[in-house]
Design a protein. Structure first.
Ligand code: ACM
Ligand code: ZN
Length: 505
């Protein structure tokens, strides 16, 4: 017994680390199939776990008491009970064989836990590469196990429009297919001279309304809120392939962009029909996604076309705007107000902050020049802030581990596991700013990510580090060496679950 106990104590390597944990002599042990671990959820576990309501436990928090006689879970909400099950799933081991049967064992002990941040997000770009709903479900399952609770779904880009809009079928007809793509393993940046194209049509790839409903139900069962992102007024070339009439030039080719630069063709902000069109797209997005938030992008909108466009210049004049930046601020304000009237909160990348949008707008900060300046300024101005520090939470960056097939891909530096673990959304925040920080998101941009193997390799184990900084960061002193110790065990769980997890170093 002592040997088994010692082994169990070693395998209780929880990620993210809970706020408090104390393990004791003894185990709760039941006959179980090996698959019981994967099926470990609140519904199927009711026979082993006694769930109780305790209003004193913070939102999403829980208390677990495991004794040899049974398991008690207390929480003040369903999410807390769910996260308790995710913790038990990591704490459990299944030992045995087919002949003698299997036993699921959980060491006796107590865990008391609650998250540090309420917005613990993961963003997936499906514009550059499309992964499909089985991959999305695989990722949702995994992020839920790491107690993340927001899936930010980047569905539209210069290179692909991935959401069927009933009213405008041409969006996916033209916008979801491109005649060629950057070949697997090529960086795709022409200016670096190493862009290799294939000649395969890519697509049509998009989600239907039924797909969206399926993903939403899957996410809801795992306490994940889904935030769709419909980019505007830039990063919109795939939309303009379907509707060139809404560009400033009006005569664009009907194909999305095929490699990874920021397109100069953007939405014509001077064209009332283009504005009305985007409103109608948002109407349908709001019907499909009943959640509270809609992301409207706003990053990296070149102003060249607006400077040359008579309609855009006429709008600037009519509204008495100073320049093209002010025109983007007007576009942002128009759509954040439009969404607010529909009862939705708009989120925008930090570029939208420059235009002073309505105070209900959530600012997602990705630039980190001058420290977390945009995040700090936005939070001090009273905007709710989500931090996505591009050096520490962009897992599209190479991680620099052994055998990293992506080491050569980025001129922008790396994000090692230790760098990811060093992320702190409160870094540089003043007392005035701190209460406005909702949390953070890690981001998976998919230019150099072609399939689930590439995706998993880039995401894991860095998402584990991110999840830990989101869950318990301010409460426990950070100890990277201890995180790595737990990760050597946890990584084996990920690999057993079929995840192409990168090495730890
Ligand atoms: C971004 O990385 N362009 C938000
Ligand atoms: Zn224009």
């Amino acid at each position: 017994m002592t040997g088994v106990l010692a082994m169990l104590a070693t395998v209780v390597a929880l990620v993210p680390e809970p706020c408090e944990q104390a393990w004791r002599e003894g185990v709760y042990s039941v006959d179980a199939e090996p698959g019981a671990l994967r099926a470990c959820n609140v519904a199927v576990s009711a026979e082993h776990v006694k769930f109780v309501h305790d209003a004193a436990i913070p939102p999403e928090g829980y208390r677990i008491d495991v004794s040899a006689d049974g398991i008690a879970v207390a929480s003040s909400d369903d999410a807390g009970a769910f996260y308790a099950m995710m913790t038990l799933k990591q704490a459990a081991t299944v030992i045995g064989d087919r002949k003698n049967g299997f036993r699921l064992s959980i060491p006796c002990g107590t865990v008391i836990d609650a998250p540090a941040f309420r917005w613990r997000g993961f963003m997936l770009d499906e514009g550059r590469h499309f992964f499909g709903k089985e991959v999305v479900k695989h990722l949702l399952e995994l992020i839920a196990e790491h107690k993340l609770n927001v899936f930010h779904w980047h569905l539209t880009e210069d290179q692909g429009w991935r959401l069927a809009i009933d009213r405008f079928p041409e969006l996916v007809k033209y916008g979801s297919v491109r005649p060629r793509s950057v070949a697997h393993g090529s960086r795709g940046l022409a200016e670096f001279g190493d862009c290799v194209f294939n000649t395969e049509p890519y697509g049509p790839y998009f989600y239907t309304a039924d797909d969206v409903r399926e993903i939403l139900a899957f996410a809801k069962a795992r306490h994940i809120a889904v935030v769709p992102e419909i980019e505007m007024p830039g990063h919109i070339r795939a939309l303009l392939a379907a509707h060139p009439e809404f560009s400033c030039k009006g005569d664009l080719s009907r194909v999305p962009h095929t490699y990874w630069t920021i397109e100069e063709d953007v939405l014509c902000a001077g064209n009332d029909d283009a504005i009305r069109f985007m409103e109608q797209v948002l109407d349908e997005v709001c019907e499909l996604f009943p959640g509270a938030y809609v992301h409207i992008g706003g990053d990296e909108c070149p102003k060249k076309r607006w400077r040359e466009c008579p309609k855009c210049q006429a709008r600037i004049k009519a509204l008495g705007l100073k320049d093209e930046d002010a025109l983007q601020a007007w576009v942002t304000r128009h759509f954040t107000d439009y969404l607010a009237k529909k009862g939705r909160r708009a989120i925008g990348w930090d570029e939208v902050f420059a235009g002073s949008p309505g105070k209900e707008t959530i600012i997602q900060c990705w630039h980190i020049q001058h420290g977390n300046k945009f995040g700090l300024l936005a939070a001090e101005a009273g905007y709710p802030v989500i931090v996505s520090d591009m050096k520490r939470t962009y897992f599209s960056l190479p991680q620099g581990v052994q055998d990293d097939p992506f080491t050569y891909l980025s001129p922008d530096g790396r994000c090692s596991l230790e760098t990811a673990y060093s992320f702190d959304p409160m870094s540089g925040m003043t007392d005035a700013a701190a209460p406005h920080v909702l949390g953070a998101e890690c981001c998976m941009w998919s230019e150099c990510t072609w399939n689930i193997y590439d995706l998993d390799f880039k995401l894991w184990p860095r998402v584990c580090a991110f999840a830990e900084t989101m869950w318990a960061a301010p409460k426990v002193p950070r100890d990277f060496a201890d995180f790595v110790r737990r990760m050597t065990i946890h990584r084996r769980r990920l690999i057993a679950a079929g995840v192409n997890c990168a090495p730890l170093e």
